[in-house]
Design a protein around this ligand. Structure first.
Ligand code: 5GP
Ligand code: ZN
Length: 330
């Protein structure tokens, strides 16, 4: 990566993100979040009808993530929630440092929670608990979560904590594959409307260890993953801002998701990395939203001053019957 490109993205990021004492963990400024808000509205407008909406917290059940197979594929990226357990006197001794042999950190022990690594993981068990089969037309979902991954390099577009929005499809192999394919093409058009230089390319996940290399190769060979790449740092090393994933029957078999015809359901997801997309827009169009190309501002629903217009339809209104008995309102 050229020093110049690094300096440029660095100085843009300095205006948009405030560092904390933890590497790869940033406070977002209002300007940055305004673009994230514009992107979120755009994703909502593009969403296919009948998608059911869920917003997940940044933590999820450890047992569910274990069952999903995450520890086999990405143990190096997982963050787990640990707490102090025990009697009040034990905890007090630890935190007040009265026990010279024990740092309070050493007194931590794992809880039943882990940090959510991708927005779609909590969805599969949730759908499975309903016990009903996936209908013939398939199921669509719109989910979002703050995600955590224990990333080793802390460039400004590789954060430990980042905002992910996903659409998920469950159904037959054809439905899941078709979903992956159509959004791969539509994302190409979307990036064009946002005037972002881009390519869509086959990709693989950063599977753990030596066996992981084989898994990555097989993922590439079977065209299970594609990414929307945008040169945020450099042309040579473009940044993955979206991904299009076909999981085959992995989640369906794990969680017992079946179709109406009694077959194991296949799943696919389209992931939007909101922080990376926002950063890519700033890196391409500059820091002053008023100077962004008209087409880009309109696509994001911005007025002339670069504020999201209020004529938006409520973001959480969707066309499907909610799973619970609550009305779907903003
Ligand atoms: P995937 O599950 O395909 O690895 O990630 C989905 C999307 O989340 C990626 O395309 C990317 O936009 C975003 N993402 C993944 N890892 C990171 C990260 O370390 N930092 C940031 N800012 N976004 C990430
Ligand atoms: Zn996903």
């Amino acid at each position: 990566m050229s020093r110049r490109a690094e300096d440029q993205i660095g100085s843009i990021a300095d205006t948009l993100l405030q560092p904390t004492s933890a590497a790869g963990v940033y406070a977002r400024t209002a300007l940055f979040e305004r673009v994230v808000e514009g992107l979120s509205g755009l994703i909502t407008r593009l969403r296919e009808p009948d998608a059911e909406i869920f917003r997940f917290p940044p933590v999820m059940s450890r047992q569910q993530l274990e069952r999903s197979g995450y520890l086999k594929s990405f143990p190096h990226l997982l963050g787990s929630v640990s707490c102090l357990h025990g009697e009040e006197s034990d905890i007090r001794a630890l935190v007040e440092g009265r026990d010279p042999d024990q740092d309070w950190v050493a007194g931590l022990s794992a809880t039943d929670l882990v940090l959510t690594p991708a927005a779609c993981y909590p969805l599969y068990p949730l759908v499975a608990t309903s016990g009903s089969a996936v209908p013939v037309k398939g199921l669509l979902f719109d989910v979002a979560s703050y995600c955590f991954r224990r990333e080793r390099s802390f460039e400004v577009d590789r954060l430990q904590a980042f905002q992910m929005r996903e659409w998920v499809c469950m159904g037959t192999p054809e439905q899941a594959l078709d979903f992956q394919t159509r959004w791969k093409f539509r994302a190409d058009g979307l990036a064009t409307k946002l005037a972002l230089p881009h390519t869509v390319a086959p990709a693989s996940d950063p599977f753990f260890g030596r066996a992981g290399k084989l898994m990555a190769m097989s993922q590439l060979q079977q065209s299970l993953k594609f990414e929307l790449l945008i040169p945020v740092h450099s042309e040579e090393l473009p940044t993955a801002c979206m991904s299009f994933n076909y999981h085959q029957d992995h989640f369906g078999a794990t969680w017992g998701l079946v179709t109406d015809a009694g077959a194991v359901a296949h799943t696919a997801c389209v992931a939007f990395g909101l922080d990376r997309l926002a950063l890519a827009l700033f890196a391409t169009h500059g820091l002053d939203l008023r100077n962004w190309p008209k087409m880009v501002r309109e696509t994001l629903g911005f007025d002339r001053e670069g504020y999201v217009t209020t004529s938006e339809r409520p973001r959480y209104t969707n066309g499907t019957t909610p799973r619970g008995n609550t009305a779907v309102t903003e």
